[in-house]
Design a protein. Structure first.
Length: 176
């Protein structure tokens, strides 16, 4: 695996190192030791999947509030998405800044998100499937979010969503 730093501290793009042969390819997508070598303490205890039937579906921007904050490894197993991470760590130099990456089954890239980072995505294809490895048990009481188009963040989305949940439309304006 190749770990690539991003402008948001602690957020990494992780590229697969694919080994090809006549059958296709093989690649590791998570290895505890390699994460530790990068200074990342990430031991997943949960795996979740998000299936999105239609192109232009938006999910997010979501996060878990303290004390149930999560670290996540996010990758696409089918289709393609425009993935956005948002730094909500008040003591961070990049507080309220975002970073985006295109993740697809074809490019095999993943994003590692430390605690305090919110996450959302817009599908670029029908039948997009997103796989999450998560290191903290999900606690519904801590589930929260911010609006994808909140002016406090100035996120540059490549297009407007066509499908978005009522919950994701109705997050209040972010209070700094």
């Amino acid at each position: 695996m190749k770990f690539i730093s991003t402008p948001i501290a602690g957020v990494f793009i992780i590229e697969q190192e694919r080994v090809f042969d006549v059958r296709g390819f093989f690649a590791r997508t998570y290895a505890l030791e390699e994460f530790a070598q990068q200074g990342i303490d990430f031991q997943p205890i949960q795996e979740s999947v998000s299936f999105n039937e239609k192109k232009a579906t938006l999910r997010g921007i979501h996060f878990q509030k303290f004390p149930d904050e999560e670290q996540k490894l996010v990758r696409v197993t089918q289709g393609e998405i425009y993935d956005v991470v948002l730094d909500l760590r008040k003591n961070s130099k990049t507080y309220l800044q975002s970073f985006s990456a295109e993740l697809s089954a074809e490019n095999g890239k993943a994003l590692f998100l430390p605690r305090g980072i919110a996450h959302g995505f817009l599908t670029f294809s029908d039948n997009a499937e997103v796989l999450y490895l998560i290191d903290t048990p999900y606690k519904p009481r801590s589930a929260s979010g911010v609006r994808w188009d909140d002016l406090a963040f100035n996120i540059k989305w490549p297009s407007s969503p066509e499908i978005i949940s009522e919950k994701d439309k109705s997050w209040p304006d972010y209070e700094k």
